[in-house]
Each structure stands twice: as C-alpha cells, then as structure tokens.
Design a protein around this ligand. Structure first.
Ligand code: HEC
Length: 272
C-alpha cells in the first residue's frame, strides 16, 4: 500500500518536471519540401520570444504594397498596430495609415449606399476600422484571380505547419518547373506548396518596396519581414503569453521542489 502511494508520489513529481521541460510535438512531413527557417532565426521563438517592432513595420509595408492587392487580413484593425508588443506605431501614424484607405461608408443622409453610377459609397478609414479588403466579396476575388481564391492571411501563420517558416520559404521558393509540360495552366512551380503547383505567381521581386529605414529590399528580406508580420496578425498577444508561460514554469518548478521536500518530510520516519 505505502509502496503504491510512494510510487504515485514519485510519478507525480516526474510528471511535473516533464510538463515543465516538455517540447513541441514533431510534425509529419509530406512530399513537399520542408520549410526552412531564415538564417537569422525568428525573434519570437523560445520562452523569451518577442517581436521586433521595426521588422513588423517593414512587414506591414510589404503586405500593404504587395499582398494587399489580392489578400485580405480579416480581424485586424488599424488601431491594433499601435498596441504594445506589436508594431508600435504611434496613434498619429495609425490615423495617417488608416486615412489613406477607403472603406465602405454607411448610408448617406438620403439613405443611399451607392452613388449615381452605382459605385459603393466609401469614406477614409479610421483606426477602429478593419484593414481594408482588396475585394468587396469572394466572387469578385475569384473573378480577379482566375477562379482561385487568395486566402485571408491573418491566421495563415497558424493554419500551416511551421507557419512563419512556410510563408518565408514559399515566397522565397519559386523555381523553374522541372517538367513545364506537366504544369496545370495558370499555376507556378513552388516545391513548398502541396502539389508544387500554386496559382499565385511569385509576388516579390528585388527592390519591390522602398523601406524608409534604408534596409535593402531583397526578396529574402521582404519574405522575412512579411512572415514576421503575418505571425503577429495570427498571434498579436504572443509576448504576453510567453511572459505568462514563463511565470507558470517558475511556479511549477517551485511546486515540484515543494512536492519533493514534502515527500521526504512525510516519509522521513519510514524505514526503507
Ligand atoms: C496577384 C494576386 C496575389 C498577390 C499580389 C499575392 N498573392 Fe498570395 N495567393 C494568391 C492566390 C490566388 C493564392 C491561392 C493559390 C492557390 O491556392 O493555388 C495565394 C496563396 C497564398 C498563400 C497560401 C498558400 C497555402 O498554403 O495555401 C500565402 C501564404 C500567400 N498567398 C501569401 C502571400 C503574400 C505574403 C503576399 C505578398 C508578399 C502575396 N501572397 C501576394 C494571390 C496573390
């Protein structure tokens, strides 16, 4: 009996340690190329992981000037870009960024939502608005993209295995098709995409954007920046979560120590 309780006690302590030290599960790989990390790694990895505001701001620029032509970023509003632990734009900067975009306006004083020629009435965005969408609806998006829907990117970094590395590798990974005659019409060869044939043409070219901080806009750099930005859109509270995780770990270690000490205390008079 006592032996069983002791065994359970030991197992509980071991389990607590394992919970603290446990790693992430290993993901199975398909026939697609395994996404690779950028040489500089990700600043948001590890228990002290955090975002680099400059990188996120550059990533937003890439999104806005390139990807936003086709991809929406649902659930993200302009004001989110002023929040701590993220891009850390000032409220004035956010106001200016928002005001440069048009969003659908509500009915005007006559109740109309379209103008004389049937165009939707719009107004400049304010910080509380969601980031403007490129197409009014999915049908328009399909029509403009040869019948393939550009997916919403806000949760993409979480929706794919190794999300940020996948996005980074995908944007960087376009190659000449080894068998061009086997490609479906309207697709482009990319070994990181399941099936290797993607409807999105390589969206980035050297020097496509001009970074205000003087960073050279190589395809690699832009892929890195936009992958960071898309990780932020998918998990804007990452820093807070990591901080909390660390506190929980410290607490669990303390608890394991306490359990160990009380175990010895409780069994101190029992002969081995
Ligand atoms: C000209 C329109 C266009 C532009 C610009 C564009 N994309 Fe795409 N993108 C698409 C389409 C269409 C698809 C769907 C491809 C498919 O399913 O074959 C897609 C798919 C994707 C996917 C999803 C791949 C998957 O696993 O399903 C990601 C990630 C992506 N784009 C990121 C980006 C980023 C980042 C940018 C900006 C650097 C960008 N795209 C610019 C049209 C575009």
């Amino acid at each position: 009996m006592s032996l069983t309780i002791r065994t359970i006690g030991k197992a509980a302590i071991v389990a607590t340690f394992m919970a603290v030290l446990g790693g992430t599960p290993v993901l199975a790989a398909g026939d697609v190329a395994h996404p690779h990390e950028p040489a500089q790694g990700w600043t948001f990895d590890g228990i002290f992981g955090r975002y680099d505001a400059q990188t996120l701001q550059r990533g937003y620029l890439v999104y806005e000037q390139v990807c936003a032509a086709c991809h929406a970023l649902e659930y993200v509003s302009y004001r989110n870009m002023a929040e701590p632990g993220g891009l850390q734009f000032s409220m004035d900067e956010v106001r200016a960024i928002a005001a440069a975009h048009q969003v659908p306006a509500g009915p005007d004083e006559t109740g109309a939502i379209v103008d004389d020629i049937g165009m939707l009435l719009t107004r400049p965005a304010i910080p509380a608005d969601f980031i403007a969408r490129p197409f009014p609806n999915d049908r328009a998006a399909l029509a403009a993209n040869g019948g393939v829907l550009p997916p919403n990117l806000s949760l993409m970094a979480k929706a794919r295995a190794n999300g940020p590395s996948y996005i980074y590798s995908l944007l960087n990974g376009y190659e000449d098709a080894p068998h061009p005659d086997e490609m479906s019409p309207g697709t482009h060869y990319n070994p990181y995409f399941p099936g290797h044939m993607i409807a999105m043409a390589a969206p980035l070219a050297e020097g496509q954007v001009e970074y205000p901080d003087g960073t050279e806009a190589t395809v690699e750099q832009m892929s890195y920046d936009v992958a960071n930005f898309l990780m932020w859109t998918a998990e804007p509270r990452l820093e807070k979560r990591k901080r909390m995780g660390f506190q929980v770990m410290v607490f669990l270690l303390f608890l394991a120590g306490l359990l160990y000490a009380s175990y010895h205390y409780v069994w101190r008079d029992v002969e081995h």
